[in-house]
Design a protein around this ligand. Sequence first.
Ligand code: FE
Length: 192
Amino acid sequence: MDLRVRALETVLTQKGYIDPAALDAIIDTYQTRVGPRNGARVVARAWSDPAYREWLFTDATAAIASLGYQGRQGEHMVVVENTPERHNMVVCTLCSCYPWPVLGLPPTWYKSAPYRSRVVKDPRGVLAEFGVALPEAMEIRVWDSTAEVRYLVLPRRPEGSEGFDEDALARLVTRDSMIGTGLALRPGSGLS
Ligand code: FE
């Protein structure tokens, strides 16, 4: 894959279609400045501020942009909330659509054919491989991203986080918890 990408970049550069410096700037932006910490701020705000949470459900794009996160691959955001009754997971069965402004670049597994095909057929099996076991009675809903709509999962606020400020809450929010392949960290779990 690396070789193919490099070959493609060389050809496109030679033909004058792309500027390698511009490409480097875009890659640097998404590797170092835009990533899941952005989404974690959105989740922490939603956990702290009921009005903001409601705004996320009525107009996620605007609510997220109000925190400064907007742009390519995030023009039409939808936030889906995990509850005691329902767990949400996000996939792009067709390719790799992903909400870049809040989560950065998609992980390799998100783009892989096995994840894309299996999560819709066997979400519990996929969750188990991520180390997540949910009660049998809990509904699992899988959302298929499109070229237009990108989803962000609002994970459940973990027990023991009462009284946490937004900074502390944001540290509990993992990338996978916002895709639905993980849960938010419990305070004191050693990872937060
Ligand atoms: Fe896609």
